[in-house]
Design a protein around this ligand. Structure first.
Ligand code: GDP
Ligand code: GDP
Length: 436
């Protein structure tokens, strides 16, 4: 995953103008009225070859009668949850205001890096009250002019300096990164070799920092794929692999880097606790997944085999009902083509964006069909939702009281989203926010 940079600040300081500047396109609609809904609130951006996602928290909610401090609190909380770097924007023309102090108080709670951006400094001369902003407690203020583009380069230098060391900043637009995980001997190497077997390996291996970190790039039918940690799969180091803990840790590292995870299970052994653990890693990391039941050639089959096997896996992985299950044989090549097809499909599903209007129609309908839960006379109200990210599809949902949004009702809403938008093979991530 690329780092997320969130823009926070009171209305009208120029958040959406800065967002446009950083995103490099005129995506958001800048209006003179504060609180106007933006079209796009997140975009892929790049600076010195480092790729990241930029989010304009000001665009998350539509125009509302919401008290401004409440609204800003929600935005700040969301930013502190999601982002790796927070841009706290203030208005250099207006000078320091009480609302800026309110935002600052919230942001001081986070351990994440917060850069204080003084916007609307349209020329080289700093305004007289520029240094007032020091007292907000975020160190040296960075002057920029988002509308002219002054100082934004220096700002972005600071931003990329603050990315966590271990985060991936490679462009992940058109390369699908695949991790193949599973127990030793499940057939991971055999599957990998089948998948890339007849294809031209573009660069292999690319040596990373250690011999362990070797990935394989290939192109199939004009699409690029990166198979992660292929040395760990191909080079047999059974001594280490057989230590259960080691292989789970290793799987974890690969899963973190992947877009799509293939969890390979040996059909003759069935799904084990370790398999669930590894599949669970992918789920928790928000990655699209396929369960691949390999060595299907060794199973004595009748008409019910697939159905029964599927049922068993669904029971073992109750949290991953969304995930396709494929029955394959790396030995005979049975259904190996289906793996590639499914990887492409669920990658697209996980990358899907749903427009805010349609999303709220679906949620509104879901709420009408099944009344939200209540507790002690108080009923859950869902005000508004918006998709704030992809891979995995990520939503912010605004409600009256978090505690009332029980797991079962969240699952109901999630199911409705899936019914309407698919999202096959990918987990969904939901941030619940209170506004009351
Ligand atoms: P937001 O509500 O924080 O997203 O603010 P907007 O991006 O919608 O900007 C609010 C107003 O400030 C608009 O009229 C912008 O044209 C103006 N603005 C934004 N950035 C700058 C800047 O760098 N210099 C000047 N002079 N005006 C700016
Ligand atoms: P890894 O440790 O997960 O990489 O597993 P390997 O790919 O090395 O496979 C382990 C063993 O299972 C090898 O002896 C393979 O030949 C065998 N194997 C792999 N896939 C299949 C399959 O689909 N059917 C059968 N019968 N054997 C397989």
């Amino acid at each position: 995953m690329n780092p997320i940079v969130a823009i926070v600040g009171r209305p009208n300081v120029g958040k959406s103008t800065l967002f446009n500047r950083i995103a490099g396109e005129r995506i958001a609609i800048v209006e003179d009225t504060p609180g106007v809904t933006r079209d796009r609130i997140y975009a892929q951006a790049e600076w010195v070859s480092k790729h990241f996602t930029i989010i304009d928290t000001g665009g998350i909610e539509p125009d509302s009668e919401e008290l401004i401090p409440k609204k800003m609190r929600q935005q700040a909380e969301l930013a502190m949850d999601m982002a790796q770097v927070i841009l706290f924007v203030v208005d250099g023309k207006a000078g320091l205001t009480p609302s800026d102090r309110d935002v600052a108080l919230m942001l001081l709670k986070t351990k994440k890096p917060v850069l204080l951006v003084v916007n609307k400094v349209d020329n080289k001369n700093l305004p007289d009250d520029f240094y007032d902003f020091y007292e907000l407690g975020f160190g040296e203020p960075i002057p920029v002019s988002s509308s002219i583009g002054l100082g934004t380069g220096d700002l972005l230098d600071e931003v990329v300096k603050n990315f966590p060391q271990d985060m991936d900043t490679e462009l992940d637009e058109d390369v699908v990164k695949v991790a193949i995980v599973g127990k030793p001997n499940a057939g991971k190497s055999s599957i990998l070799n089948r998948l890339i077997g007849e294809e031209r390996v573009i660069v292999s291996p690319i040596a990373g920092t250690t011999r362990d970190a070797i990935d394989t790039y290939i192109e199939m039918d004009g699409k690029k794929y990166l198979f992660i940690d292929t040395a760990g799969i191909r080079r047999k180091s059974k001594v280490y692999e057989n230590i259960e803990k080691y292989s789970v840790i290793r799987a974890y590292a690969s899963v973190e880097k992947a877009d799509v995870v293939l969890t390979v299970i040996d059909a003759t052994e069935g799904i084990s606790e370790q398999d669930s653990k590894i599949a669970g890693l992918a789920h928790d990391a928000g990655k699209a997944s396929i369960v691949v039941v390999n060595k299907w050639d060794l199973i004595e089959k009748d008409n019910h085999s697939v159905k029964e096997y599927t049922k068993k896996i669904r029971e073992e992985l109750p949290f991953m009902q969304y995930c396709p299950i494929l029955f394959v044989s790396a030995l005979t090549s049975q259904r190996m083509g289906k793996i590639k097809e499914t990887v492409d499909f669920i990658f697209d599903e996980a990358s899907k964006r749903v427009a805010t209007g349609v999303l709220n129609d679906v949620i509104g309908e879901a709420v009408m069909m099944n009344q939200p839960p209540s507790d002690k006379g108080k009923r859950l109200k869902i005000y508004y939702a918006t998709q704030v990210g992809v891979r995995p599809p990520t939503f912010a949902i605004f409600v009256n009281e978090k505690e009332l949004f029980h797991f079962s009702y969240q699952r109901y809403i999630e199911n409705k989203l899936r019914e309407n938008f698919g999202y096959e093979g990918t987990p969904l991530k939901i941030y619940v926010r209170e506004k009351n």
